[in-house]
Write a new protein. Structure first.
Length: 438
């Protein structure tokens, strides 16, 4: 089955998961109607809760689910659908309270009002969840703390929403309807159990050993790993994996990195990591023989998914890492299809993989264009940033039939995509990888 049909299948599964609680609630005996807006607000509440449940599924990293779209798109969808789930759940009490102001009384502190307080608690947890996600960087919340808080708040919001639904009992008074919600809750709990327990256990059983830590130009370190007691995994060039280095897979301290080594070698994985923050700055201290865990492969940023007569790569800074994986694979496969690499960096001295890129030109059809922001004296090449002029000068004549892979800073990605499109490259031939999933 092609990716398109797989994609269609998973979209249908998603719609079924979101809508089935609604359909189930409308079957059998339903309470006497209180008018359209009343029922509409309840439908929003139920749909919002069901959407909340599917948010866990979206970040569960099931390869079959993510494969047709790419995990970055799945994460993007996760962000957008969480906003919709929140809006639905927020509008639900707003409508009810404006229709029936007397309902404010149910917020009085009395033991009988616990279902309403559970609903309010769920909404509050959702607000904190969204606020801390949307403004994490502005609020200076460390990624690791945010991730733990995110998981706790998500479970709390969903659990309280279900307590609210079952406690209020409206539309779910029949025993079998309670069973349906119980079943839905149980499947979400199972999912959580899989993500937090089963998957870490599976990773623990397939460890990797560090076999090398190599300095590269541009404050970058290449970590070389070998599977320890198993055969490793096959991957497509350009894909990425989550690395856990100083903790156990249970600790939620994994970081995503592109696989920079050739896809022709599953016995040895390489990740080239630029010093940036707490975790990446410590990579140089990793010990040879140290045990690490690799959860992968993920992602759809790969030449293997896009057959074409030729390829154009645009890299900025450490965005070269996944592209390096693709170029090394081209060379190992003796694939002679023409490749153009436009590589933007600050300086010639710090240009990561400078020497290897030059030598790769002997092993494959690679045309290398380096764009330097701060060039050395006497530099004859391109200067500044990747802009329209650079693209007009470098792109091949048959540009519309090539596949384009861009990885680098957001501004470079956005500009390159727009310029390529203006220069006649169809959008479906442009693939971008952003090093920021949140
Ligand atoms: C698909 C993908 C592929 C990547 N490939 C590479 C690569 O090949 N080489 C490379 O040098 N970098 C790569 N990155 C970026 C790398 O994951 C981050 O630079 C690194 O996790 C930062 O961690 P830190 O603690 O050093 O920095 P911090 O200063 O703590 O974080 C900087 C930013 O990185 C992001 N980040 C931090 N921790 C995580 C985490 N655990 N999971 C996800 N994002 C996080 C957050 O947006 C954070 O604001 C990739 C990112 C993605 C999404």
């Amino acid at each position: 089955m092609s990716n398109f049909y797989f994609g269609l299948f998973w979209v249908s599964v998603y719609l079924a998961l979101v809508l089935s609680p609604l359909v189930a609630l409308l079957l059998g005996r339903v309470p006497a109607g209180n008018g359209f807006w009343w029922d509409f607000s309840l439908a929003l509440g139920f749909a919002g809760t069901a959407m909340m449940g599917t948010l866990f599924l979206q970040t569960a990293r099931f390869r079959r689910v993510a494969a047709p779209f790419g995990i970055d798109i799945v994460y993007y969808f996760h962000r957008q659908s969480s906003l919709f789930a929140f809006a639905f759940i927020l509008v639900h009490p707003v409508i009810l309270l404006s229709l029936e102001p007397g309902l404010w009384d149910s917020f009085r502190l009395s033991p009988g009002n616990w279902p309403v307080w559970a609903g309010a608690g769920s909404l509050l947890a959702l607000m904190l969840l969204l606020g801390s996600s949307l403004w994490r960087k502005t609020l200076h919340i460390h990624y690791d703390s945010w991730r733990i808080a995110h998981a706790v708040l998500a479970c709390l919001a969903l659990a309280l929403a279900i307590v609210h639904i079952l406690g209020v009992g409206y539309y779910v008074d029949a025993h079998w309807k309670k069973m349906i919600w119980g079943g839905i809750t149980a499947s979400w709990l199972l999912l959580l159990f899989y993500i937090r327990l089963i998957r870490p256990v599976l990773l623990l059983q397939r460890p990797y050993r560090v076999t090398g830590v190599r300095p590269e130009r541009g404050e970058t370190w290449t970590l070389q790993l070998a599977p320890d007691g198993h055969a490793g995994f096959n991957f497509q060039p350009g894909q990425f994996a989550w690395l856990t280095v100083w903790s156990s897979p249970f600790a939620l301290k994994e970081h995503p990195f592109s696989i920079a080594s050739s896809a022709e070698r599953s016995d040895c994985l390489e990740f080239s990591i630029k010093e940036l923050g707490d975790f990446t700055a410590r990579i140089k201290d990793v010990q040879i023989g140290q045990r690490v865990y690799v959860d992968g492969p993920y992602g759809s940023f790969s030449i293997d998914r896009e057959p074409a007569p030729g390829f154009v790569f645009i890299a900025g800074g450490i965005g070269i890492a996944p592209i390096m994986g693709m170029l090394r694979t081209f060379a190992d496969r003796s694939d002679n299809r023409p490749c153009l690499l436009i590589y933007a960096y600050n300086s010639w001295e710090r240009l990561t993989f400078r020497e290897e890129l030059e030598s790769l030109q002997d092993r494959m059809e690679l045309n290398l264009v380096t764009v330097l922001k701060d060039p050395p004296a006497g530099w004859q090449g391109e200067v500044g940033l990747v802009n329209r002029g650079v693209l007009e000068r470098c792109l091949p004549e048959q540009r519309a039939s090539r596949e384009y892979f861009i990885c680098g800073p957001v501004a470079m990605l956005d500009l390159s995509e727009r310029l390529l499109h203006e220069l006649g490259v169809p959008m479906h031939r442009i693939h971008s990888e952003l090093f920021d999933l949140v």
